[in-house]
Design a protein around this ligand. Structure first.
Ligand SMILES: [Zn+2]
Length: 250
């Protein structure tokens, strides 16, 4: 077992979190709270929140694009822009049941767990691979949304397993051999981007990623008609995760 780790650009510690002008470093008497001009150098000073640590910082105009790019990645990772389709009536029912049993307002992940677990057993009993994939992905997104990043990583690994095992390909349904073992092209780019970013951010190394992939994959393999066992698939996913040629744009 090697200790390779996932590499991904980190967010930058951009801007000034104190009260210094980002152009001339002169201290403001009062820290600006909205777009201002530095009295000393005349620079336009912008105030934005940075993904690096969530602090409001003072920025120069050339920093804005960098920050905007980082926010795009950040929103992708936390799933804030994703829709996880829900049946609103069943979702509220799940929420009400939790309020009654917990005696407090449940988190999004708690509602999601209850709501999706019920869908999952339906899909599993009908052996609907696409439904199972949808539930696992949705729960990972909800987990990331609630800041449960390790749980989200496990979910994304599971989705990669489903995609790479070929279980989704109707084309291979009647083939005993199953599809040829997966390539990068079979993984959803959004899922891969989130997996890589979270794994890098949470410091998951190769051994931890592999163990989680194999363990959760084995459980899925028992329930669903997927074609390749996780230990056969893992080396291919590992190549994608740890190689430098990751086909993603920032
Ligand atoms: Zn200045």
């Amino acid at each position: 077992m090697t200790g390779r780790s996932v590499k991904w650009p980190k967010f930058s510690e951009i801007g000034d979190k104190g009260n210094l002008c980002p152009y001339c470093s002169r201290a403001f008497e009062r820290r600006p709270v909205k777009l201002s001009k530095c009295r000393d150098c005349g620079g336009q000073v912008y105030i934005r929140t940075r993904p690096f640590d969530g602090l409001r910082v003072l920025l120069r105009d050339s920093d804005l694009q960098v920050l905007e790019n980082e926010w795009v990645i950040c929103r992708e990772v936390t799933g804030a822009r994703l829709n996880y389709q829900i049946d609103k009536v069943l979702w509220s029912e799940a929420k009400e049941r939790l309020v009654a049993s917990l005696g407090r307002s449940p988190s999004l992940f708690e509602i999601g767990s209850l709501y999706y677990e019920e869908r999952l057993s339906e899909f599993e009993s009908k052996r609907r691979g696409s439904g199972v994939r949808f539930v696992i992905l949705s729960l990972a997104i909800v987990a990331a949304h609630d800041g449960m990043f390790d749980r989200a990583i496990q979910g994304y690994l599971n989705v990669c397993y489903i995609d790479m095992s070929g279980s989704m390909g109707a084309h291979y349904k009647n083939s005993l051999e199953g599809p040829p073992v997966a390539r990068v092209s079979q993984i959803a780019p959004g899922v891969l981007a989130r997996l890589i970013t979270l794994a890098a951010r949470r410091g998951w190394d190769e051994s931890k990623l592999r163990d989680s992939f194999i363990y959760s994959g084995e459980r899925l393999f028992k329930k669903m008609p997927v074609y390749k066992k996780p230990d056969v698939i893992w080396p291919f996913l590992a190549d994608v995760l740890f190689c430098t040629a990751i086909p993603l744009t920032i």
